[in-house]
Ligand binder design. Structure first.
Ligand code: KG4
Ligand code: ZN
Length: 336
């Protein structure tokens, strides 16, 4: 069965076709990063309007590239939440309408389920059960994944998400949006031992996170070392970036080890935008090897938002017999 996947929850328009026998056939992504860069963050109305412009041309492009006709499709999967309501509506309306017109089932997918299943698109995929660390711009969650749809939240951030903290710290260092990858690149030139940033909530038991204090600590450090233009010198900026990244990564690693111990599973999956972070991957692999556990992550381009993870999640849900009704419903806030 071939499944068309549509992702429009935030600022990327993603489309893909997954075949349950042969795997991922093709995918395309249009990123709106340039559109929002001047505003320092995603402008919801601009995002919706751009999804309207890009979505159908991308669907046509992926269908043409993969030699797929509507009658070859067994269903359409679209992201129904969580995310920006207007942006979600574009994907849901298009997905539902195309499925209706083509006489095939549609299925509504939870964006974070898409992320946590994304490593299964790789060769040698992980098997259930596993612990998933979901780290994106909007979420930081540890989830006990026992099977498709059988998820239990083990812990989450009580305030900012890890990606959000990366983006805000990057802004303090005058790096362009989206700051996460830029801060990570700057950190490579820095000395992480010059400053010691706090590791929030690691000194007590539990699996929740808090990143807002780290943000304040970063701001204070930047101000303390600021020159006339309001910014520290180049090397100090890099040292702050390195110390910040070190603190976030260290905190995530400590909690992941705890979650693995608590669950008894031997597999950790990391997904979401921040799972692209090189230091996080290296440290997790090393730390979990000590516990006899293995780490899996998606290829770089599927760490951030994409249509492939939605097509894949949709294929599993359609095969399990799930269908969305004819109503077009999105859930901007949708607990897993
Ligand atoms: O999953 P995603 O594409 O969108 C959401 O659903 O939020 O994640 C985007 C987030 C942004 O906060 C971005 O700065 C962060 O992931 N990010 C990174 C890296 N690449 C992306 N953070 C740290 N290091 C990276 N290499
Ligand atoms: Zn995402």
């Amino acid at each position: 069965m071939r499944v068309l996947g549509i992702e429009t929850s935030c600022d990327e328009t993603g489309v893909a076709i997954y075949d349950t026998e042969t795997g991922l056939l093709g995918h395309a992504l249009f990123s709106q990063v340039d559109l929002h860069a001047d505003y320092g963050g995603v402008v919801p109305e601009l995002a919706s309007r751009d999804h309207v412009r890009k979505l159908l041309p991308l669907v046509r492009q992926v269908m043409r590239k993969t030699d797929t006709r509507p009658e070859d499709l067994g269903g359409i999967a679209y992201t129904a939440g969580p995310g920006l309501v207007g942006a979600l509506m574009v994907g849901a309306c298009a997905g539902r309408a195309l499925a209706y017109g083509w006489g095939i089932p549609a299925v509504a997918i939870h964006h974070m389920e898409g992320h946590l299943l994304a490593p299964m698109l790789e060769e040698n995929p992980p098997a259930f059960p596993f612990v998933a660390l979901l780290v994106s711009g909007g979420h930081t969650q540890l989830v006990d994944v026992r099977g498709l749809g059988d998820y239990e939240l083990m812990g989450e951030s009580l305030d900012d998400a890890a990606g959000e903290a990366f983006d805000k710290a990057a802004k303090m260092l005058d790096l362009d949006y989206p700051g996460g990858p830029r801060l990570a690149a700057l950190a490579e030139k820095g000395d992480p031992s010059r400053f010691t940033f706090p590791r929030p909530m690691t000194d007590r038991p539990g699996l929740n996170f808090s990143f807002s204090g780290l943000k304040t600590y970063t701001l204070t450090t930047v101000r303390e070392h600021a020159l006339a233009d309001g910014l520290p010198d180049e090397q100090t900026c890099a040292d702050i970036a390195a110390a910040f990244q070190e603190a976030v990564v260290d905190t995530l690693v400590i909690k992941c080890r705890r979650a693995i111990k608590a669950s008894g599973h031997k597999t950790l999956v990391i997904a979401g935008g921040v799972s692209a972070n090189k230091l996080l991957r290296e440290r997790l692999e090393k730390a979990l090897a000590k516990d006899g556990a293995r780490v899996y992550y998606p290829r770089h381009e599927f760490c951030t938002d994409n249509g492939a993870m939605i097509a894949y999640a949709g294929s599993l849900r359609l095969q399990a017999g799930e269908h969305a009704g004819l109503e077009i419903e999105v859930r901007p806030r949708w607990p897993m």
